[in-house]
Design a protein around this ligand. Structure first.
Ligand code: FE2
Length: 286
């Protein structure tokens, strides 16, 4: 495994808990992934009754939904909460009302698979200390113009818990992300704050519940905007508090995220995402 990052970049990642790498992905490949995501959305869009409205601040909306809980080994569609009018009808064509696709495109779709597994990504994972990185979940986030919802401040470790902590987010800007269309915000150094909560399956494994051992919210100030041009890769430590705003602009803000864990860490059996049939694979192409 080669080395991709300079020692200064590795030090920056360790200091801040995130690292922004402009022009990491080729713009043409981003557009290819964008087109594929829209095709998958058309192909997999469920009836609105079946789909779960996904909001980070509305856990209860999807927590008991089997459609969500079994999506770790599938390609599923999740709607925006503002996708429906007051009569419960979709405001636009279904595939244009989606919040995201999740959570196994990287293993089930050849275009996503190829985008997600490259020697450079493998080198990068090694550079930031992952010994044996495994791709756990993928999300294609549409953040649609005007209806793209906000994601409240959270850490990814809360949802994908390993012991010791190992989850890292690999976030790709597929469209240009700005403060107008809901770019990400992160708290520099915030990965040193002890993680405050953990979401996990209940005893009957039919819903998720949140253990909250620190009622103080993450700091609301001090976050910096991670504006990113198409092709930018942002690495996010699993304990880094981050959020994104609503997209009230007329420009969509598509993004693609891979969450990887270290095979050497213990992935807890009551995490919501369980891969019982599809084996996890790394960043290598085979
Ligand atoms: Fe996140």
């Amino acid at each position: 495994m080669g080395t991709f990052l300079s020692p200064a970049q590795i030090a920056q990642y360790q200091r801040d808990g995130f690292l922004v790498l402009p022009d990491f992905a080729d713009a043409g490949r981003c557009l290819e992934l964008r087109e594929r995501a829209l095709a998958l959305a058309r192909e997999h869009v469920p009836s609105p009754q079946l789909a779960t409205i996904f909001t980070a601040d509305g856990q209860a909306l999807h927590a008991s939904d089997e459609y969500f809980l079994t999506s770790g080994e599938a390609i599923r569609c999740f709607f925006e909460k503002d996708a429906f009018d007051t009569d419960g009808r979709l405001r636009a064509e279904a595939h244009l009302c989606l919040n995201k696709l999740g959570h196994a495109m990287h293993d089930l779709d050849p275009v996503f698979d190829a985008f997600s597994r490259t020697p450079r990504l493998a080198a990068l994972a090694g550079d930031i200390g992952m010994h044996d990185a495994l791709l756990l979940q993928s999300m294609y986030i549409f953040k649609q113009a005007r209806i793209g919802g906000e994601v409240i401040c959270h850490t990814d470790h809360t949802y994908l818990w390993t012991e010791p902590r190992s989850v890292v987010g690999f976030w790709f800007a597929i469209d240009d992300a700005t403060t107008e269309n809901g770019c990400m915000w992160a708290l520099p150094g915030g990965h040193r704050i002890p993680v405050k909560n953990r979401s996990h399956l209940n005893a009957s494994r039919t819903a998720t519940i949140m253990d909250q051992w620190d009622k103080q919210p993450y700091p609301g100030t001090g976050l910096v905007a991670l504006e990113a041009r198409r092709g930018t890769l942002v690495l996010l430590d699993g304990a880094l508090p981050h959020r994104s705003g609503a997209n009230l602009s007329d420009k969509p803000r598509h993004a693609y995220t891979i969450h990887a864990i270290d095979a050497e860490a213990n992935y807890l059996p009551d995490n919501w995402l369980q891969r019982t049939t599809l084996p996890l694979r790394g960043f290598g192409s085979c």
